[in-house]
Design a protein around this ligand. Structure first.
Ligand code: SF4
Ligand code: SF4
Length: 303
């Protein structure tokens, strides 16, 4: 039986937002995109990393004393971490009395992940749920996702691949071989703007969407709606055109922009750049929904 290793940053049980029914969502670490609204910044780095929540820090200095590499130093507010020195050994996590430090990301085998998945088999059966792999970007760890999904299929568990669509055709092929449903993000259609804002060009993404459609795998197109960045009528109509042309029977889910992940940026040494951005108004969400429904496309606004 295929047992592969992957890097996971969270496994969420009883999830109801990542596909039909009650699901277990396996969040993978590592993403080649840099969406500034990302609500899981700890998912971007492909490797395990030290996360520090300054709001919990008791300023005791235990981490400073135990670190073999001098990575944390004391400051007025707690500690500062020199991430170039940190080798993610975890010694500081063990001595922190406030749980302000943790290692985000863990190498896990398919066997280990599947042991957890199997615990909730009864919920999948009764709710029409299953397992979702999300990220991070799942196409960055295709062998691991394929291994988890193939194990699910052997036991009749529904699988959902939640992807930005950015990955090689070979990676996509491996994942799709065991996928029942795809959640596929479409954010922007203008190639230059896509590259500027997200850090990669959109052509690979669109080509992968075509591949998924050609396989006939049910697909939900997910559109994060970020005021001022991708919510223009022009962009939404262009996404609607792509949806209608490539996956005519797709449902569109609009994902309202929120700031839930903003505090997590500092924890992994990153800077959140959208502090001043307002969240969507109900009118803005309704306008976006109408763009799709007005063109005969099923559309839901997520919470
Ligand atoms: S994880 Fe290890 S190297 Fe990194 S700061 Fe903590 S003790 Fe130092
Ligand atoms: S050990 Fe924990 S509580 Fe103490 S200074 Fe370090 S992060 Fe803060």
């Amino acid at each position: 039986m295929n047992n592969t290793e992957g890097t996971v940053f969270n496994i969420q049980r009883y999830s109801i937002d990542d596909g039909p029914g009650i699901r277990t969502t396996v969040f993978l670490k590592g993403c080649p995109l840099r969406c500034p609204w990302c609500s899981n910044p700890e998912s971007q780095n492909p490797h395990p990393e030290l996360s520090y929540r300054y709001t919990s820090c008791k300023k005791c200095g235990a981490c400073v004393n135990v670190c073999p590499n001098g990575a944390p130093t004391r400051t007025e507010d707690g500690i500062e971490i020199d991430r170039a020195r940190c080798v993610v050994c975890g010694a500081c996590v063990k001595v922190c009395p406030a749980e302000a430090l943790k290692i985000s990301g863990e190498s896990m085998t398919t066997d280990k992940v599947f042991k957890l998945i199997r615990k909730d088999a009864v919920y999948y059966e009764t709710s029409g749920g299953g397992v979702t792999c999300s990220g991070g970007e799942i196409l960055s760890q295709p062998d691991f996702v394929a291994s988890v999904f193939s194990r699910c299929k052997e036991e009749g568990i529904h699988t959902c691949a939640d992807t930005s669509g950015f990955g090689s055709p070979e990676a996509l092929d491996k994942v799709l071989a065991h996928t029942d449903l795809v959640y596929f993000d479409l954010k922007l259609t203008d190639a230059q703007r896509h590259a500027e804002l997200i850090g990669v060009p959109p052509d690979i993404i669109l080509q992968n969407l075509r591949t998924i459609a050609a396989r006939g795998i049910p697909t939900v197109i997910r559109v994060p709606l970020v005021p001022g960045l991708n919510d223009s009528d022009e962009n939404l109509h262009a996404i609607a055109t792509i949806a209608a042309e490539i996956v005519p029977d797709a449902t569109v889910h609009i994902l309202p922009y929120h700031k839930y992940g903003a505090n997590k940026y500092a924890a992994v040494g990153m800077r959140y750049t959208l502090d001043d951005l307002a969240e969507n108004t109900p009118e803005n969400l309704a306008r976006a929904e109408t763009v799709f429904t007005g063109r005969g496309i099923r559309c839901e606004v997520s919470k």
